[in-house]
Design a protein around this ligand. Structure first.
Ligand code: ZN
Length: 386
């Protein structure tokens, strides 16, 4: 009977070993190489190789064929010191994987060589529980949830669109939510602006929004801007945020948001509603059109409906706002296909979704390759739909 060290010795003679420097070179020269961390979860969350995937050795044979169906895929396995990954490499070669290497010295040697290490935001017990339904989705998982917790999402307006979007983004665990809204809660808002409650009529909307969000999820930090967005403050405010959700109800703000997002390279998730109809799209600077590619200038004020005239079925902004929330989650977690270059419209009376292709205008004054930034324009404030 062989001792454990004899067994390891024999295994190591029958697998291919590599070293941290070679793995690092491979990572840069051949980014399709899959690097798999076979340690236990508590070891992985304390730090791992940047870009590594986590499959603990105990689950490797169960999970590998779903994770990597191609048996010719180059794979590097590592553990803490190189023993578990050697055993794991033997398992994978028995399963028919042809290009498997075990990193000698493991993560300890990797760190000692000074190669990049990723220390993930660790989810505490309460978060593992709160977000368990996200953690069960492979596309989100702990990695996606950490991205959400790290994300900073700015809502333009705590109104009809901003309310459902902010509530679900807060519930989803977006770590930081900014809200720009200069208004106070009015009873006529409550038919759709579900962040607010009847007993908060007269309170600033940003305060009411903060109360609702924090009651729902204490993980979320709310940053309040009880002010109008103007050409003077837009850059200062936008600079700190990853994604902007345009739930505004007027053209002046819509153009300002567009121009600032293009200028700063921030994705802008746009929604609007009118009576029974709504639409949503994502403007991602450099990857699809911007709002001005579609409408270079706002319409004259007399052609736009006033805020009071523009009625809306209360449920409708709920649907459109939640589509905006899904867009934000895809953009933040880097999954799926955001609606850049596509406009999704919804007709509530017919219960019908339609999709229109949107094209970038190569001569767009704001987002064209050769466009020069000439500052922001303050249009006269008048309402659009919503
Ligand atoms: Zn454009």
């Amino acid at each position: 009977m062989a001792s454990f060290s004899e067994l390891i010795e024999r295994v190591k003679n029958n697998i291919v070993e590599t070293d941290p420097d070679t793995v690092r070179e491979l990572q840069v020269s051949n980014p399709t190489t899959r690097i798999i961390d076979v340690r236990e979860r508590d070891e992985f969350v304390e730090g791992h190789i940047e870009g590594a995937e986590f499959i603990p050795r105990g689950l490797l044979d169960l999970k590998i064929e779903n994770t990597i169906p191609d048996k010719d895929q180059p794979i590097v396995l590592y553990c803490a010191g190189g023993t578990r990954s050697a055993l794991a490499a033997k398992t994978l070669s028995e399963l028919g994987y042809n290009d498997v290497k075990s990193m000698a010295g493991g993560f300890t040697a990797w760190k000692r060589s000074g190669h990049p290490v990723h220390i993930p935001k660790t989810l505490n017990q309460e978060q593992l529980n709160r977000y368990s339904r996200h953690l069960l989705i492979p596309e989100v998982g702990e990695k996606g949830q950490s991205k959400l917790l790290d994300a900073k999402v700015l809502m333009l307006g705590a109104g009809g669109l901003g309310s459902p979007a902010a509530m679900y983004l807060a519930a989803a665990g977006v770590g930081k939510i900014g809200i720009i809204d200069s208004d106070v809660v009015d009873r006529s808002n409550l038919q759709r602006q579900i962040l607010h409650t009847d007993d908060r009529v007269g309170e600033p909307k940003v305060d009411s929004a903060e109360k609702t969000i924090n009651a729902l999820n204490p993980d979320v930090e709310v940053v309040k801007y009880q002010q109008w967005l103007t050409s003077d403050n837009v850059l200062d405010i936008f600079e700190d945020w990853d994604v902007v959700v345009d739930g505004g109800d007027n053209f002046a703000t819509r153009y300002l948001i567009n121009d600032a997002c293009v200028h700063l390279g921030i994705p802008n998730v746009h929604g609007s509603v009118f009576r029974f109809e709504g639409q949503v799209t994502s403007f991602i600077a450099g990857d699809g059109p911007c709002y001005r590619c579609l409408y270079p200038e706002p319409p004259p004020p007399e052609l736009a409906p006033s805020c009071q005239e523009a009625g809306v079925l209360g449920v409708l902004p709920g649907i459109i706002g939640l589509l905006q929330a899904i867009e934000v989650i895809k953009i933040v977690a880097d999954i799926g296909e955001p609606l850049n270059g596509r406009l999704l419209t919804f007709d509530g009376l017919k219960s019908e979704f339609r999709q229109l292709r949107l094209r970038r205008d190569p001569a767009c004054e704001v987002c064209a390759e050769d466009a020069t930034f000439n500052g922001f324009i303050d249009y006269e404030v008048f309402c659009s739909v919503g």
